[in-house]
Design a binder for this molecule. Structure first.
Ligand code: ADP
Ligand code: MG
Length: 573
């Protein structure tokens, strides 16, 4: 077939494929337009299924009558004029492609009244061609109705899933936007039933409560940053480690208010939880990375969901540090029934005023109170530890202490591991992890896998004080071990460290694995009787660590039995 120029209609339909893949893409573009128009309320109304009719109604600035037709033309936008503006995009839209693309695959009716105009106007387009235009009485703002979506592109219809599956994508998307724009009222209706709504109160936790439930509120931590004058800022909320999920879909990320998917950012958030969450568990988070517009390329993808950072490293570390710092500063001690490691939450045990009513949900007032508790009276762990009064030991394994709001049970091994781990990491920073020369070198037989690990990490191991030399094939001579480790069986310690590197090496930083493994080997075992002075000294040392409430593997070092819970157990409440 000879080369031909495609008809305008066909070209538009092909182009539309990039922007409108499925109904949720239509909703995304229309919501973004409403947000760009400064809307304070956005209603998405679905009738008879998403492909039959989607209407998005906003109270934004509206479109002037003489620009209505332009809005539906390709490359027509009010948001960008000069090429150099492309480097400084502050609006969500800028390509001028959404409305014409949607219009080429559906029947579009736009009703709009501009804020300067005394009346409204309506235009109708059928699959890309104008049908009618009329004056209408309407309030300021814009309503875009998209009907019979994809009717002229049956191929696209075939790839859609059931209406309820597509509708749940729309709901997910709207919920994400609602969390990013707490001052905007969002509502999703389907056949007159409200599926989801927010109040637009401006309180950034309100949409989180509307979406994930009031129980999550006390477990969300506001990101705090000391240096607010930084060029890269982070705003939002993340969950305490005890509140975690089995997949990443609860991590909502924005860059300058734009909803994005970014591996860099996801990874930075996960890294911030390093050692706090068990493997393959993920936090709930709503984060907005605010940076100069010129530092991010938003024009990297037709749906604008993927972006490129000018300084990827800075974006990564800003996010990672802000989240990590907030976590370390604010994470409360696990309370029994909601421990970090199981990720289970029995709920109702947190000592918050509203939980006591047993109503199970927060009213606006209650919540304000609950939040004050969370952010001001929740003592940082260090202070908490100073306040602990050690009572004694049970099962030769746990230390029992009296403290604020309840009594505390400390896992002696986990606590000691944390203390040693910090000591090791600090020692390495100052390069003084002394080796302990063994009185007589020990022969170790290593498997081929161990040998390979040993060779690949020889330098690291020697930095930690392991001196291992080959003297026969497969047989090695161990001359020294890290000094704090010398109490145990040195060859077993070496093999364990090698095992940990080969098993966990792909998942964690090698340095940390070795440090955690050395700490684990040297820490006091469960089952060892401790004297009161030893217990007090351990608690004091724990207080000085970077992260007193978890061991290097992410398990808790201490849990609280809240007064509230004990009182309930004894029927006092
Ligand atoms: P873009 O958003 O990239 O500019 P669109 O095709 O989505 O392109 O929209 C074209 C133009 O129509 C926008 O630039 C804006 O001026 C106008 N517009 C679209 N939707 C709205 C709305 N809800 N409120 C006000 N103006 C709108
Ligand atoms: Mg747009």
């Amino acid at each position: 077939m000879p080369i031909q120029v495609l008809s305008a209609t066909l070209a538009a339909q092909i182009a539309a494929g990039e922007v409108v893949e499925r109904p949720v893409s239509v909703v995304k573009e229309l919501i973004e337009n409403s947000l760009d128009a400064g809307a304070e309320s956005i209603i998405v109304d679905v009738e008879g299924g998403l492909c039959a009719s989607i209407k998005v109604i906003d109270d934004g600035c509206g479109i002037p009558q003489d620009e209505l037709d332009l809005a539906l033309q390709h490359h027509a936008t009010s948001k960008l004029s000069l090429l150099n503006e492309l480097d400084n995009i502050a609006t969500l839209g800028f390509r001028g492609e959404a409305l014409p693309s949607i219009s080429s695959v559906s029947k579009v009716t736009i009703t709009s009244r501009h804020s300067d105009s005394i009346s409204g106007h309506r235009i109708n387009y059928d699959f890309g061609s104008k049908v009618s235009e009329s004056a209408v009485g309407t309030s300021i703002g814009t309503a875009v109705l998209v009907a019979r979506l994809f009717e002229n592109v049956p191929a696209r219809l075939k790839f859609l899933r059931s209406n309820s599956a597509e509708l749940s994508r729309v709901k997910d998307l709207m919920q994400q936007y609602a969390m990013g724009y707490p001052a905007v009222k969002f509502q999703l209706r389907s056949d007159s039933k409200t599926l989801f709504s927010t109040t637009g109160s401006g309180n950034i936790l309100d949409p989180v409560i509307a979406i994930y439930g009031s129980r999550t509120a006390p477990d969300m931590i506001r990101i705090s940053q000391d240096e607010t004058d930084q060029a890269y800022r982070v705003e939002g909320f993340v969950s305490v480690p005890a509140l975690n999920r089995a997949n990443r879909s609860y991590m909502t990320l924005f860059v300058n208010g734009r909803l994005v998917s970014s591996r860099t950012m996801t990874h930075a958030v996960e890294e911030a939880y390093h050692g706090l969450l068990p493997e393959r568990r993920y936090p709930i988070s709503v984060l907005n990375l605010v940076l100069p517009y010129s530092d991010v390329d938003v024009n990297a993808h037709p749906t604008k969901r993927e972006i490129r950072f000018l300084n990827e490293n800075l974006a990564y570390t800003s996010l990672q540090k802000a989240v990590r710092k907030s976590l370390i500063d604010q994470v409360p001690v696990s309370t029994v029934g909601r421990t970090t490691f199981t990720g289970r939450s029995s709920g109702g045990i947190y000592p918050y005023p509203t939980d006591r009513t047993g109503s199970g949900s927060y009213s606006q007032m209650d919540f304000v109170q609950g939040r004050t508790d969370l952010f001001s009276t929740q003592a940082p762990n260090r202070e908490l530890l100073t306040a602990l009064h050690v009572i004694g030991q049970v099962r030769s394994t746990y230390i029992i202490a009296d403290g604020p709001d309840g009594f505390y049970v400390i896992d002696q091994h986990a606590a000691h591991e944390r203390v040693l781990f910090d000591g090791i990491v600090e020692g390495l920073e100052h390069r003084y992890l002394d080796p302990q020369i063994l009185l007589a070198p020990v022969t170790v037989n290593l498997s081929p896998l161990h040998v390979e690990t040993l060779h690949n990490h020889k330098e690291l191991l020697s930095k930690y004080g392991f001196d291992v030399q080959e003297f026969d094939s497969g047989a090695y001579l161990l001359r020294s071990v890290p000094s704090m480790m010398s109490v145990g069986d040195p060859s077993k310690s070496l093999v364990d460290v090698l095992d940990m590197i080969s098993v966990e090496g792909l998942l964690r930083r090698h340095e940390e694995i070795v440090a955690a493994s050395v700490a684990c080997h040297s820490a006091v075992r469960a089952g060892r009787v401790l004297r009161l002075e030893e217990m007090n000294s351990l608690v004091q040392k724990l207080e000085a660590t970077t992260n007193p409430h978890t061991c290097p593997h992410g398990r808790p070092t201490l849990v609280r039995y809240a007064d509230y819970q004990t009182e309930r157990e004894f029927g006092r409440r």
